[in-house]
Design a protein around this ligand. Structure first.
Ligand SMILES: Nc1ncnc2c1ncn2[C@@H]1O[C@H](COP(=O)(O)OP(=O)(O)OP(=O)(O)O)[C@@H](O)[C@H]1O
Ligand SMILES: [Mg+2]
Length: 792
């Protein structure tokens, strides 16, 4: 129901004088139903209404949005809100509209009709909009900026709010280059107060944000980062949630849980979620395949759960998010966004930077890099930052976060209703090595400049702090707060963390961890350090990790309309690839690097490597299980799809094995991962086709040869639920159509990964063809290269 705008009008009557506290509280109560302002909300609102810049540092879930939403209602005119995520804008605008508040967002996800309507309103003499949410990229476009300037010239712009302002600082944990462009706002729109808001900014980041946005004499409002309702242990949480009957076992009381001491971390998590009751939870993972696998496992264990990551298509992703927000699903297993985003940019640069390539070791890493480049135009980051489901009771990190800031931000999704909630963190040495590797390579390889080295050191230092948090036994709460520069008394925790509540248990587990892991002990320290060398990581794991991420092509980005990666791609292609001859040089260097790699390997190493790279039976079994989990999810997604899970999983696994079993573990795993991702987005027709096609190549079962003929597809499409596979087969057998069979097969098989030599020679062949047929301009060369990269 729409509320009348009475309070706004009545307040706007007095706005020329001053909007007093009473009037503001009235707006808060009328529109939002909250009785009083929280923390520093009122101070922030009063500051910006008086025309003063403000930097607002409030904890996650502290109510920062209110600091710009109330000013939007206290004055006529528009509040411009800059947001990093489309999902976040949508979520906020929807909530505001439900309250009858005129709010809109502008993004590429809208139809041009919707966008035009918003623009018309903005250009009208008296816009009805109160809040306009936009992405930083849109702000940077000249067209939109000139529109803003016109609104500003007409005196209709009240306030500029920059949400998640830490993204502007390269010192912050989620730096977004596009946020940097916001520094022009002060000059372009003079006299308009700027409100910067964030939950995570260490002093250095605070300073950087204020300087970058050219804030003038800003009011700096800092609330404590402490989230008293988040428990970093299990027992007190269970009790305060009324779960007395569920007494957690010893391990269940812990906040940091050690994967290396567990037989089955998946099972441990399933038990944990069950022991918490059927509560709302977020599980964060580093990789999409873990998301898929883990979600499959949880579903098998009766937990209402879905995976959420950028490998899913837009429709599925929003339906998962809707289901989760509306409590139809209780647990969402999601990837952490911005880390991936950086990795993708790094791929583009690694591929084009030969100095780096000559350093690379395993052959298959080339492919990861090359394929990574293909996603340059399509960022694939997903995050749940700022999505306001208030009753998240458990946030679990299934892989170690990259920094304390990231950990705080992500675990802070819990308990936004201020009720008791729980944070759980799974720590594993392998995860730690993987993250260490990503951080040590991603920044240092972006540019070979000293600033990039510095950035790499910074992120490694931030990560080491996180490792310390997992491997030491001091109060967790104190440690989190101290990482933000807050000094707190030891009593603050009140035994709401595992280290304070169960110190002996924590010490015991740490001791066991030390004994069980083959790790480095640094003298005088109880910490277990990961060696700083990237070769600590198993090459196969790295390869699969990269490839897995790369093959998400087809999924649209949803950070925002970000042009960051496009900028990078352009600048790299312009600066590093000015001509075709340079590109040839680079390709030759790549070849030499590859040769060197193989020449430098000793025969011993090679045979060892071969052994290590063999696809074992147990790996094949595990892959089958993984595919079966993915098929189960697909079956649920596609409602009542009739397939035999075991047979289909076995078929798909055999397909992967046939294709890459001989090429080694890494290629095989990559193909399995790719198939799992394909399953998460495929439709019934394609799935049936593929399973059918598989059998068609089986000589022992010639009947299925015609399985992917169009008649079966048409039948399935007409009546996807009632029509059984047997019926389709029967129908198909009467109408064989080998020609179409071939085209279907081609349409649905996954693109093969070429060997590096194949890649290079196909490139050469194409170059030869080109040089024969026509002389191209450097610009055309560049376009061709970009196209080729996209097609990889
Ligand atoms: N004065 C208030 N009284 C009660 N509830 C409030 C008040 N202000 C905000 N809230 C509620 O607190 C919740 C969190 O608010 P909001 O989303 O603005 O937090 P945030 O600080 O932006 O968090 P994040 O850093 O996670 O984005 C919302 O559900 C909001 O309705
Ligand atoms: Mg927020």
């Amino acid at each position: 129901m729409k509320k009348s705008a009475l309070p706004v009008e009545s307040v706007s009557g007095i706005e020329k004088k001053k909007c007093g506290k009473e009037a503001l509280v009235k707006i808060l109560r009328w529109h939002f139903g909250h009785s009083e302002f929280r923390g520093k909300q009122l101070e922030a609102i009063e500051a910006v209404l008086s025309g003063r810049d403000c930097f607002c540092l409030m904890p996650t879930g502290g109510g920062k949005s209110m600091c710009y939403q109330i000013p939007a209602l206290a004055r006529t005119g528009i509040v411009l809100v800059v947001c990093p995520l489309i999902a976040l804008m949508e979520n906020q605008v929807m909530a505001l509209k439900e309250k009858g508040i005129a709010a809109e967002f502008l993004s590429s996800t809208q139809t041009s009709q919707v966008r035009n309507k918003i623009h018309e309103d903005l250009e009208s003499g008296k816009p009805s909009l109160r809040l306009l949410y936009v992405t930083p990229e849109l702000i940077a476009t000249p067209g939109f900026m000139s529109k803003l300037s016109k609104i500003h010239a007409r005196g209709l712009l009240n306030l500029i709010a920059i949400d998640e302002a830490h993204c502007i600082s390269s010192w912050g944990h989620d730096f977004r280059p596009s946020y940097r462009k916001l520094s022009s706002l002060r000059n372009r729109l003079p006299g308009i107060p700027i409100l910067a808001l964030t939950a995570t900014a260490v002093p250095k980041v605070q300073k950087d944000v204020m300087e970058s946005l050219c804030l003038q004499n800003p009011l700096l409002l800092k609330s404590s980062f402490n989230r008293p309702n988040i428990h970093y242990e299990g027992q007190l949480f269970s009790m305060s949630c009324g779960l007395r009957s569920v007494v957690p076992d010893a391990n269940g009381r812990l906040h940091v849980r050690y994967k290396d001491l567990m037989d089955h971390p998946y099972a441990d998590l399933a038990n944990l979620l069950k022991s918490c009751g059927n509560v709302c939870a977020i599980v964060y993972c580093l990789e999409r395949t873990t998301c898929d696998d883990l979600a499959g496992h949880l579903v098998n264990n009766g937990i209402s759960c879905a995976a959420y990551h950028a490998g899913l298509n837009n429709k599925l992703r929003s339906s998962v998010l809707d289901d989760w927000i509306s409590s139809k699903k209780q647990v969402v297993v999601a990837t952490v966004a911005f880390g991936y985003y950086r990795i993708q940019i790094q791929h583009i640069q690694l591929f084009l930077s030969l100095e780096e390539c000559s350093l690379c070791k395993p052959k298959h890493m080339f492919f990861g890099w090359i394929r990574g480049g293909s996603n340059s135009g399509a960022l694939t980051a997903v995050d749940l930052v700022g999505i306001d489901r208030k009753d998240v009771r458990v946030v679990c990190h299934f892989n170690i976060p990259k920094s304390m800031e990231a950990f705080y931000q992500e675990s802070g999704r819990a308990g936004r209703d201020q009720l008791p909630s729980r944070s759980v963190l799974y720590y594993g040495m392998d995860d730690s090595k993987k993250m260490h590797f990503i951080l040590s390579t991603s920044k240092s390889k972006e540019k070979s400049s000293s600033s990039a080295d510095g950035a790499s050191k910074k992120s490694l230092a931030a990560f080491n702090q996180m490792v310390g948090y997992c491997q030491e036994s001091g109060c967790r709460r104190k440690r989190i707060l101290e990482s933000f520069g807050e000094q707190v008394p030891a009593t603050l925790c009140n035994k709401s963390c595992d280290a304070c509540k169960h110190p002996n248990l924590v010490a015991k587990y740490l001791e066991e961890l030390r004994n069980s892991c083959a790790v480095h002990h640094l003298s005088g320290s109880s910490r277990i350090y990961v060696s700083s060398s990237s070769d600590m990581i198993d090459e196969e794991q790295v390869s699969e990790f990269w490839n897995r991420e790369d093959e998400a092509s087809g999924s649209d980005e949803d950070i925002s309309d970000s042009d960051d990666a496009i900028d990078v791609a352009k600048s790299v292609s312009q600066s590093s690839l000015p001509s075709k001859s340079k590109l040839n040089d680079r390709i030759q260097l790549l070849e030499r690097a590859e040769d060197n790699y193989y020449r430098n390997k000793s025969p011993d190493k090679q045979s060892n490597k071969l052994d290590k790279n063999v696809v074992s039976e147990s790996l094949r079994e595990a892959s089958k299980q993984r595919l079966s989990n993915a098929l189960l999810q697909t079956q649920q997604r596609l409602a009542n799809l009739q397939i035999d899970l075991e047979t289909s999983a076995s078929f798909l696994e055999t397909e992967c094995y046939k294709k890459y079993g001989k090429s080694g573990k890494s290629f095989y795993c990559s193909q399995v991962a790719s198939t799992v991702r394909w399953l998460s987005t495929t439709n019934s027709t394609d799935l049936m086709n593929r399973i059918g096609m598989s059998t068609s190549s089986n000589a022992e079962n010639p009947t299925v040869k015609e399985n992917s003929c169009p008649t079966s597809l048409a039948l399935l499409e007409q009546n996807p639920i009632e029509t059984s596979k047997e019926e389709i087969l029967l129908d198909v057998r009467s109408e064989p159509s080998p020609t179409v069979l071939q085209s279907n097969s081609e349409g649905i098989s996954l693109p093969p990964i070429p060997s590096f030599a194949e890649f290079v020679s196909s490139r050469k062949a194409k170059d030869n063809r080109l040089s024969k047929s026509e002389k191209q301009t450097p610009e055309e060369d560049r376009k061709n290269l970009e196209k080729r990269m996209r097609l990889q």
